[in-house]
Design a protein around this ligand. Sequence first.
Ligand SMILES: Cc1cc2nc3c(=O)[nH]c(=O)nc-3n(C[C@H](O)[C@H](O)[C@H](O)COP(=O)(O)O)c2cc1C
Length: 309
Amino acid sequence: MVDLTTAVGAVGLPNPGMCAPGTAGHGAELGAFVDLAQLGAVVVKSLSAGPWPGNPAPRVHPLSTGMINSVGLEGPGIAAWAHDELPALRRAQARVVVSIWGRSVEDYAAAADALAEHAPAGTASDPIVAVEINLSCPNLAGKKMFAHDVGAAADVITATAGLAYPRWAKLSPNTDALVAVAEACAGAGADAVTLTNTLLGLVIDTDSRRPALGGGGGGVSGPGLGPIAVRAVWEVARAMPELPIVGVGGVHDANSALQLLMAGASAVQVGTANFADPRATIRVLDELASWCDSHGVATIAELIGAAHP
Ligand SMILES: Cc1cc2nc3c(=O)[nH]c(=O)nc-3n(C[C@H](O)[C@H](O)[C@H](O)COP(=O)(O)O)c2cc1C
């Protein structure tokens, strides 16, 4: 029997497998296919303080390396989410990571306030274990990503300091300032970083001679993103070995998960793979346990950062 338990900073998890935000809905949708309590955690699609319509269709497009999306963060807002979705996650006994986003520092502060108001920490059977702060959404027209700017990223983390939960900063692979931004987030109080969000991309529909996605460009994800995420985790782990990291990008089997763990991630998220197989996270966990068994690995903890000299 392999010991799969892990921890992202102060957040203890029974295993390192989570579903990535935006690929498993806002609530317990995935529960139709898997026992949500068996996942390390369920990370819900990014929420803003109020409802947000998202981008025009088409919103997703297949690629040979995965997919590209421009969903544009459609969501019901935190009050409606806490009322309509959170109870089912609680009943499923899932550990919940709430992802929040905003278009300004004030928006992030408002999302943190709304969470404190509508899903207060410390209540009996509170399923929320952490808040992931999405600083890296690629689908906001005309807006620079917070995760591309050391000062802006730190300002968002500071603005959410009132949250009673551990805060994970979700960063972008589209910048050469990744390590500096991760350092700035940690310095401003982030408990962990999540690496990474999607790569910026654009697909042209050659029949219409226009972008294939309604929002124009989008975010590239799936197996092709794997090595980019591994590199991001590697670089940040090397610069800040004490900072907990959640790895995400291209995880679809044991090998892709193992690479992120060995690069320095304490846990991994599975995104695009959920669309082809909603049981993907559980399957990856099963494959991970089998790999450990066949390689004489007794505990997943011994693999974390194992690739570093
Ligand atoms: C359709 C779609 C929607 C997404 N929505 C979000 C989101 O709301 N918040 C977020 O932080 N990341 C979002 N992401 C990014 C994923 O969480 C993940 O970082 C990325 O897809 C890389 O992982 P993967 O290669 O396993 O898909 C989305 C990705 C996809 C494919």
